[in-house]
Design a protein. Structure first.
Lengths: 316, 502
C-alpha cells in the first residue's frame, strides 16, 4: 500500500557549508508520520550538521527544509515549536531543579503552568526520573542528564523529533527502555531522526536508515532495503577457532567464493555466499580441511553489515 | 496520555499573545535567569541586607557628623550608588548571563523555543538584572528621603533618576549587544568607558564628539552637578542625548536580536551597519555644533579648553571610516559566501547579495559630509571637502576588495584587516616621526601623506603641503586591490548561466 500521508519532514538538495568545507552535500529525503530514520556514518560525515540544519540551528547554504509543509526559517519560531532536538550533550541550568528547568521550557513553549506540570510528571515518569524532580540538575549523573535532555525535547510534544546520539551515557536497562520509548513515539505518527553508532539497536526500532559519508547521503531507504543493498547474495561469517592454526589465511583463500578474510587471534571474519545450504557446505569444507571450528555463524543482513559493505570503515 | 497528542492536534498549537512575554515572569529567559540567581528568596535577602547596610552607614555618619550638608552629600552618594548598581553590577550580570548561555550551549536550546528574538533580548535585559533593579529601588527610596530632608527639590531628584534610567537602559542594551559579539565584551566596553572619561582625562571625549553626546548624563552638565547646583534642568541637552541613545540603543537591540537568532552572521549586517554609521555622523555633527552644551568638564570638574574644531572633524572622519567597515565587511562576506556556494554546489544560491562596492560608495556619502560642519566658522571647508571625499572613498573601496579577498580565502578577516590598517595608517606616520628626529623640524610630511590619517591631518593643518601625492597613492591602492580581486574572481554571470542550464 502506498503511503499518501503528507511528509512531516521534507529535505530537498540541502547543502551546508563551513567556509570552504561542504559539510552536507545535496541531501534530499522525506519522512512521514511514523517514520523513524537512523542516521549512520563516521565522524565528520555530516550527521550532526544535518540534524542541526533540520532544527534550524545551522543555516543551509542551498536547498529547502520543510516541516509540516512549511519552509523552515530560523526566524519563524512558531514552526520551530514542532521540532524537538536533543544534542549529544544537552545543556541545562545546573542550579535549577529538574522540575524548574522543565517549567522554564514549558514557559518557553507558551504552555500554561498546569499543563506544564502535567507534562513534566508524565515525561519524568517516561524517562524514569520522577523521584529526581526536585533535585538540582548539577547533582545528577550524565545518563540522568541525558534523560532530562530527552524529556526537554518531548515536553512540548513536537511532531518532528531529532536525537543526536541519544543513548550515549544510558545504562543497558536505560537503553532498552529508551528503545521502547522511541517505538512508542514512532507509533504515535511522529517523524523521528536518530543518529547513533549502536547499529544493532537501530536495526530494531528504525523504519528507515541513511548512511552518510563526507556530507553525502550515500544510501537511504527502508531498513530492509538498506540492509540488503549491495549484498549480491553474500554475507559475512564469524568463526571462532579452538586453537590458532598456521597458514590459515592461505587455507581459506583456497576455498571458492570465500573472500575478505580478517584474522584476529582465534576469531576469523570473512565473506561467503549467504543461505543455509551454502553455510552447511562451507562448514563441511572447513572441517574437511581440519580447521578446528569452535563456533561458526553467518551474520544476518542488518545495518551493521550494510554499513561495513558500503566501504566506510571508521564508525564513530 | 494527554501530553502525547498526535500530529493534527499539534497543528492547532495555541500561542499566547507575544506582548505578554514582555512581562518579566512570562518571559522564559528572564524567568530562568531570575531562578538561577536564587529566585525570590535570594533577591529579597540581598535587597533587605543592602537596605539595612546602607541605612546603618547613613545613620552612623549622621550621628558622628550631624551637619546639614551631610544629607546633601548622601543624596549625591545615593546617585553614585545608583550608577554603581546599574552599570558595573547590572552590566556584569547581563554579560555573564549571555556568555554563559552561549558557552554552555543553552542559547541553542533557547533558539528552539517559539520565542521571538526581541522577547529573548528583553529577557536578558530584565532577568539577570532583577537584583540590580531591587537595589536601585532601595537607593531611590533612601535618596528621596535624604533629598527631602536636605531641601533638594524632589522634582530634580526624580528628573535625575529618569535620566539615569534612560541612560542605563541604553548602556544595558549596549552590553547585551557586546556580549553577543565578544567574549570579553563587558570588560572591554567598561574599560573603554572608564578610559575615555576618566583615564584620558577627557582627551578622547574632546576629540570624539558623538561620545560626548551619548555619555552626557555623566559628563558636562552631569546629573551630579544638577543635584548640587539645583535650579532648572537643561532639558534640551538631555533630550538630544536621549534621542541619540534611543537611536543607538535601537540599532544595538536589533543587532543583538540578529546574533541571538544566528551566530554565523555579522552582528550588524549591511543595513544596521549603515544606520549605525549615519547615527554616528549625525550625533558627531550635533556634538560639534552644540559643543558648549556637550562639553566635557573632566573628572576634577575643571573646564578643559576645547580643541580646534578641526580635530573633532578629523577624529569623526577616522572613526566613521572604521565604523563603516561593519557594513562593508557584512556585504563583502555575504558576497564571498554567495560566490563560494555557487562554485561548490553549481546552483544559484538565492538572490545575489548587494554589491560591496555600492555599500562602499554609500558609506562614503554618509561619512564625508561631516566636513560641512566646519563651514560656518572655518575657511578650510572648501580645501578639505574633495580631498576628504577621495581619502574616504579610496579607503572604503580598498577595504571592500581586501575583505572580499580575505573572505574568499576563508581567512580570519578581522585580524588581517587590523594588520592592514596599522600598516597603512600608522606605519607611514611613524616613518615621518622617525624622519623628524633626524631632520629639521621644518621638514614637511612625506610618508604620512600615504596614510589616510596623515593626509587628513595635513589637509586641515595651518600649513598644508598641498601635495596630491597622498591622494594619488591611496586611490592607486584601491585600483590595485580591485585589479587583484577581479583577476582571481570567477565570472559570476558565466557561472549563473551554467547553473540555470542545470
Amino acid at each position: 500500500m502506498v503511503d499518501v500521508s503528507p511528509p512531516l519532514v521534507s529535505i530537498e538538495h540541502v547543502h551546508v557549508q563551513f567556509g570552504p568545507l561542504m559539510a552536507v552535500r545535496d541531501v534530499s529525503f522525506q519522512l512521514r508520520g511514523g517514520d523513524l530514520l537512523g542516521l549512520i556514518g563516521p565522524n565528520g560525515a555530516g550527521k550532526t550538521t544535518l540534524l542541526r540544519a533540520i532544527a534550524a540551528l545551522q543555516p543551509t547554504h542551498f536547498g529547502t527544509i520543510r516541516i509540516l509543509g512549511e519552509t523552515l526559517q530560523p526566524d519563524a519560531p512558531e514552526l520551530l515549536s514542532h521540532v524537538g532536538f536533543t544534542p549529544d550533550t544537552p545543556a541545562f541550568y545546573d542550579e535549577l531543579t529538574v522540575r524548574d528547568f522543565l517549567r522554564f521550557i514549558g514557559t518557553g513553549y507558551d504552555l500554561s503552568r498546569r499543563e506544564t506540570d502535567e507534562r513534566i510528571d508524565f515525561w519524568l515518569e517516561k524517562v524514569w526520573l520522577t523521584e529526581k524532580a526536585e533535585t538540582k540538575i548539577k547533582g545528577l549523573s550524565r545518563g540522568m542528564k541525558q534523560r532530562i535532555g530527552i524529556a526537554r525535547t518531548l515536553l512540548p510534544n513536537p511532531s518532528v523529533i531529532l536525537l543526536d546520539e541519544p543513548s550515549a551515557g544510558l545504562d543497558p536497562a536505560g537503553r532498552v527502555q529508551f528503545r521502547q520509548l522511541l517505538c512508542n513515539l514512532r507509533d504515535q505518527s511522529k517523524a523521528l531522526i536518530v543518529s547513533s553508532h549502536i547499529l544493532s539497536d537501530m536495526g530494531e526500532y528504525c523504519t528507515h536508515a541513511g548512511i552518510m559519508s563526507q556530507g553525502r547521503m550515500v544510501q537511504f531507504g527502508t531498513v530492509s532495503h538498506v540492509a540488503a543493498h549491495g549484498s549480491d547474495g553474500r554475507c559475512r561469517y564469524t568463526m571462532t577457532l579452538a586453537r590458532p592454526v598456521n597458514g590459515l589465511k592461505e587455507t581459506l583463500a583456497d576455498i571458492e567464493n570465500l573472500k575478505g578474510v580478517n584474522i584476529d587471534n582465534q576469531r576469523v571474519i570473512f565473506e561467503y555466499l549467504s543461505g543455509a545450504d551454502h553455510s552447511a557446505k562451507l562448514l563441511a569444507e572447513l572441517v574437511k580441511r581440519s580447521i578446528p571450528v569452535a563456533s561458526f555463524a553467518p551474520n544476518t543482513a542488518g545495518l551493521e553489515e550494510a554499513y561495513l559493505r558500503s566501504g566506510i570503515r571508521q564508525v564513530d | 496520555m494527554s501530553s502525547t497528542s498526535t500530529v493534527p492536534q499539534l497543528l492547532d498549537y495555541d500561542s499566547r499573545s507575544s506582548s505578554s512575554r514582555f512581562i518579566m515572569f512570562n518571559n522564559p529567559i528572564a524567568w530562568a535567569h531570575f531562578k538561577v540567581r536564587g529566585g525570590w528568596k535570594n533577591h529579597l535577602w540581598g535587597t533587605g541586607g543592602y537596605l539595612l547596610l546602607v541605612t546603618a552607614v547613613i545613620v552612623v555618619t549622621m550621628r558622628l557628623n550631624p551637619i546639614g550638608a551631610m544629607l546633601t552629600m548622601w543624596t549625591t552618594a545615593m546617585l553614585g550608588l545608583q550608577l554603581a548598581v546599574f552599570i558595573p553590577y547590572g552590566g556584569t550580570m547581563i554579560s555573564n548571563a549571555i556568555r554563559r548561555d552561549i558557552s554552555s550551549g543553552l542559547l541553542e536550546s533557547h533558539r528552539l523555543m517559539p520565542v521571538s528574538s526581541g522577547t529573548a533580548i528583553f529577557g536578558y535585559l530584565v532577568g539577570p538584572t532583577f537584583q540590580a533593579v531591587c537595589l536601585a529601588a532601595i537607593n531611590f527610596i533612601i535618596g528621596t528621603t535624604t533629598a527631602t530632608l536636605s531641601g533638594i527639590s524632589i522634582d530634580t531628584w526624580l528628573m535625575v533618576n529618569v535620566i539615569v534610567i534612560s541612560f542605563v537602559a541604553f548602556l544595558w542594551v549596549g552590553f547585551v549587544f557586546a556580549a553577543f559579539v565578544s567574549k570579553n565584551a563587558f570588560g572591554i566596553l567598561f574599560g573603554l568607558m572608564m578610559f575615555t572619561t576618566i583615564g584620558s582625562s577627557g582627551g578622547v571625549m574632546e576629540m570624539v564628539p558623538a561620545l560626548n553626546v551619548l555619555i552626557t548624563p555623566l559628563i558636562g552638565n552631569s546629573i551630579f552637578s544638577l543635584i548640587q547646583r539645583g535650579g532648572p534642568v537643561a532639558t534640551i541637552s538631555y533630550a538630544w542625548a536621549f534621542i541619540a541613545q534611543l537611536v543607538f540603543g535601537s540599532i544595538f537591540y536589533l543587532g543583538a536580536m540578529r546574533r541571538y537568532r544566528r551566530d554565523d552572521v555579522p552582528a550588524l549586517g549591511v543595513t544596521l551597519g549603515l544606520l549605525l554609521l549615519a547615527a554616528w555622523i549625525v550625533t558627531s555633527a550635533m556634538g560639534i555644533a552644540r559643543s558648549n552644551e556637550f562639553i566635557y568638564v573632566g573628572t576634577l570638574r575643571r573646564p578643559v579648553e576645547y580643541l580646534s574644531r578641526s580635530v573633532p572633524i578629523i577624529a569623526t572622519l577616522l572613526s566613521g571610516m572604521l565604523l563603516g567597515l561593519a557594513a562593508i565587511s557584512a556585504a563583502a562576506r555575504a558576497s564571498a559566501e554567495w560566490m563560494r556556494t555557487l562554485l561548490a554546489s553549481g546552483r544559484r544560491p538565492g538572490d545575489r547579495p548587494v554589491s560591496p562596492l555600492l555599500i562602499s560608495c554609500l558609506a562614503t556619502l554618509i561619512v564625508f559630509p561631516i566636513v560641512l560642519v566646519l563651514k560656518p566658522r572655518f575657511n578650510v571647508q572648501a580645501r578639505i571637502l574633495w580631498p576628504a571625499f577621495i581619502v574616504v572613498l579610496s579607503f572604503f573601496v580598498s577595504m571592500n576588495y581586501l575583505l572580499r579577498i580575505f573572505y574568499r580565502a576563508g581567512r580570519k578577516a578581522a585580524i588581517l584587516l587590523a594588520m592592514w590598517i596599522i600598516l597603512t595608517w600608522l606605519v607611514p606616520i611613524g616613518l615621518d616621526a622617525l624622519r623628524h628626529t633626524q631632520l629639521s623640524s621644518d621638514d614637511r610630511p612625506l610618508f604620512s601623506l600615504a596614510s589616510p590619517w596623515g593626509e587628513l591631518i595635513d589637509l586641515v593643518s595651518a600649513r598644508p603641503t598641498g601635495a596630491v601625492f597622498g591622494l594619488i597613492f591611496q586611490a592607486v591602492i584601491a585600483v590595485v586591490l580591485a585589479a587583484l580581486f577581479h583577476m582571481a574572481e570567477p565570472n559570476a554571470r558565466v557561472l549563473l548561466a551554467a547553473s540555470d542550464v542545470k
